[in-house]
Design a protein around this ligand. Sequence first.
Ligand SMILES: Cc1cc2nc3c(=O)[nH]c(=O)nc-3n(C[C@H](O)[C@H](O)[C@H](O)COP(=O)(O)O)c2cc1C
Length: 316
Amino acid sequence: MKIKDIEIKSNLFLAPMAGVTDFAFRSVAKDFGAGLTYTEMVNARGLLFSKNQGIYEEMLKVLPNETPCAVQIFGNDPEIMAKACQHPLVQKFDIIDINMGCPAPKVVKNGDGSALLLNPDLAVEIAKACVAATDKPITVKMRVGFGKDDCVAPNLAKMLEEVGVAAITIHGRTRQMMYSGKADLDIIKAVKDAVKIPVIGNGDVVDAESLKAMQATGVDAVMIGRGAMGAPWIFAELLGKSISPAQKLEAIKKHITLLKDVYSERYLSVYLRKHFLWYAKGHKNAASKKLELARMKSVDDGAKTLENIFLENAHN
Ligand SMILES: Cc1cc2nc3c(=O)[nH]c(=O)nc-3n(C[C@H](O)[C@H](O)[C@H](O)COP(=O)(O)O)c2cc1C
């Protein structure tokens, strides 16, 4: 499939996830066949005005072979969002995605993320300004609506298409639902039917069955978030490949090694803890090793525990 002029080889995408989709994790997901990956969301205002540009350089690190890759920005000021699209750190990416779905209270309170669903005219103004600011494809990721019974997505998608947005991702929940209940596949289908640009369906895809249900809506691509946490090989598995414990361990080692090139041991021994716990999940002996991982003293310590978990499972 194509998003504007960007060719994408697989229609299974890795979702943007703050605190999860670091460059190394994305690179591993790419190895396993993720067609398009996204950075975590980046504050447009912070990117433009923060004195500490180092934070943004780290957040927006991308390896040369991770292509195509999308950067996601958030904000509610059309001029600032447009300027952010022109920022050199953003221009490194193939696609620029605008966040209109984040439900986090601190984001919504500022009028960003899913709060834009309450103000479709402003949402469109932002998209229009971004489209005018760059030749890169501008895409939007949104939820169904804000309140319990709100359903602005199909109409908003149409309005965004009219101002030149190149693709829409729709997560089939309202902001009010946060992560509860189920993604509404009928509304995802309604968004697909409302526009001609590619639509990416998102929400609750974790296995072949849920993938099939999402694909039945007619969407052009499927985005996977939580299903990839601790399982960047999900893309290969959904493409029908069997991934051995040894291959999984190799992937985990790559994730760690790439991060070690950039971050300090002190930072990683805290940051990687959650990833290690996700990697351990579902293994027979994981429960007893959980505490060991949660209390790991060093990255190598945790990696050794994980290796034992995977090897023990491989021999069971
Ligand atoms: C830990 C976490 C962080 C997330 N961060 C972002 C983000 O930065 N930008 C965004 O658009 N969505 C973010 N999301 C939402 C996901 O991209 C996705 O829309 C949501 O998890 C539903 O898909 P899933 O059911 O496949 O997980 C995040 C979700 C999680 C669980």
